[in-house]
Design a protein around this ligand. Structure first.
Ligand code: URA
Length: 440
């Protein structure tokens, strides 16, 4: 078999066999297929697409390119959740404790920030002392003991995805539904949970810009997971507006704690409750209505917050900052960005908001950059809000005031204030299961 022929076959629009896909992926991991040939194949896939069967095979081959975690040493149903990425998307920090407080095990591996989007592991590390790297024995023991552990993804999981994702990132082949679906599902299948809830974000801050694309991605991922014997569902959630008000690692932990303690922003609370209810449903805790009631009860009676504290304490985190977020290390400087005119916030590009927070130090511009956990943005006015000239739209936080200028330019470049209010997106657009698509 020759890589040249596999590239030519896909270039000409034909379907690849399992043997051909395995030859390309395993050869790339082993180093016998060079970057330039894998890049050519990825571009051919980007342009020609893949059938559902090819995508399922690609996912399977990538999942088996590394460790397939066996969670059977943890008793009971394990549920995982994955978001396709967003800005101010701190849902895992809220949902995982809610679900664990309802008696369903969370043995979760999460990622770091990528581009303009944040990552759960960076946020957790904003709590001083928190360890996000546990041995497998520690990980299993913690989940068996308190029902929840969230750690960084092991480098041994889906190693092909790691290598291929890095190549896609620099060859303009990220935004391709079969490649995104196989990348996400290879990691989720390898991570071993019995049930997986996918949060497919949609809007100007997400990979998927339209509802049709988001539904197509969700449908494909649900069908791949189902074919592998997992319980899978997806919610299509909005990313035309960041969730809550806070963007940046410590700021987002503080806002998540507010939700867990029952006084968080309404939009973030609602999305978290919908995601958590669906996870409980997949874990067999009853119909969606009773799962929603169960999830709500954990916010009311404080058991979800207690579970969150237990998790951070077990992983070495200083829980006094959770009890009193004022104790989080503070940024040295702040800057208020104000409205230049009166009107409605008619557009507020989410990708630009995320990039502004990266410029303030909350994310990485280069792979090995250190993160400033205190840096970020608090939004006072969001899409659809009314402003007067001079009103504070948001506050920037950084350790160096020289960072404010570039961040302001980035933020203002996506901000439009107009006389007419915009049409506001719903929080959740649709639910996709093996039975079909339910649009809201
Ligand atoms: N997230 C992933 O893990 N992979 C993709 O391809 C896109 C988003």
């Amino acid at each position: 078999m020759r890589m040249y022929d596999i590239i030519a076959k896909k270039r000409d629009g034909f379907c690849l066999t399992r043997e051909e896909i395995a030859f390309a992926v395993n050869g790339y991991v082993a180093g016998s297929v060079p970057d330039y040939q894998m890049s050519a194949l990825l571009m051919a896939i980007y342009l020609r697409g893949m059938t559902d069967e090819e995508t399922a095979v690609l996912t399977d081959v990538m999942a088996h390119s590394g460790e397939m975690v066996d969670l059977s040493a943890i008793q009971g149903i394990k549920v995982d959740k994955h978001s396709t990425g967003g800005v101010g998307d701190k849902t895992t920090l809220v949902i995982a404790p809610i679900v664990a407080a309802c008696g369903v095990k969370i043995a979760k591996m999460s990622g770091r920030g990528l581009g303009h989007t944040g990552g759960t592991i960076d946020k957790m590390e904003a709590v001083p002392g928190t360890r996000t790297s546990l041995t497998q024995e520690e990980f299993f023991a913690q989940v068996n003991d308190i029902g929840i552990a969230v750690i960084g993804q092991s480098g041994e999981i889906a190693v092909a995805d790691k290598k291929i994702y890095a190549l896609r990132d620099v060859t303009a082949t990220v935004g391709c539904i079969p490649l995104i679906a196989s990348s996400i599902m290879s990691k989720k299948l390898a991570a071993g949970s019995d049930a997986i809830l996918l949060d497919v974000t949609m809007g100007n801050g997400a990979f998927m810009k339209t509802l049709d694309e988001a539904i197509e991605l969700a449908r494909l991922m649900v069908s791949i997971g189902t074919a592998h014997g997992r319980q899978v569902a997806a919610l299509i959630t909005d990313m035309d507006k960041p969730l809550g008000h806070n963007i940046g690692n410590a700021l987002e932990v503080a806002e998540s704690v507010a939700v867990l303690r029952g006084h968080g922003p309404a939009d973030l609370t609602e999305v978290c409750l919908q995601l958590a209810s669906n996870m409980l449903y997949l874990a067999g805790k009853g119909d969606l209505r009773s799962c929603r009631a169960l999830a709500e009860s954990t916010l009311r009676d404080g058991t979800a917050y207690t579970k969150c504290r237990q998790m951070f304490a077990a992983q070495g985190g200083d829980v006094s900052v959770l009890d009193n977020p004022e104790r989080f290390p503070k940024a040295r400087y702040s800057y208020e960005l104000t409205a230049k005119q009166a009107g409605y916030i008619a557009q507020n590009d989410v990708e630009r908001i995320g990039n502004a927070s990266v410029l303030l130090g909350a994310g990485r511009l280069k792979k090995d950059d250190a993160i400033d956990f205190a840096a970020g943005i608090i939004m006072h006015k969001k899409l659809g809000d009314v402003v007067k000239a001079g009103d504070a739209i948001c506050t920037f936080y950084a350790d160096d005031p020289a960072l404010f200028e570039a961040a302001e330019e980035m933020y203002r470049g996506g901000l439009i204030i107009a006389d007419q209010p915009p049409q506001l997106p719903p929080l959740v657009y649709a639910r996709v299961t093996r039975e079909g698509v339910e649009r809201f």
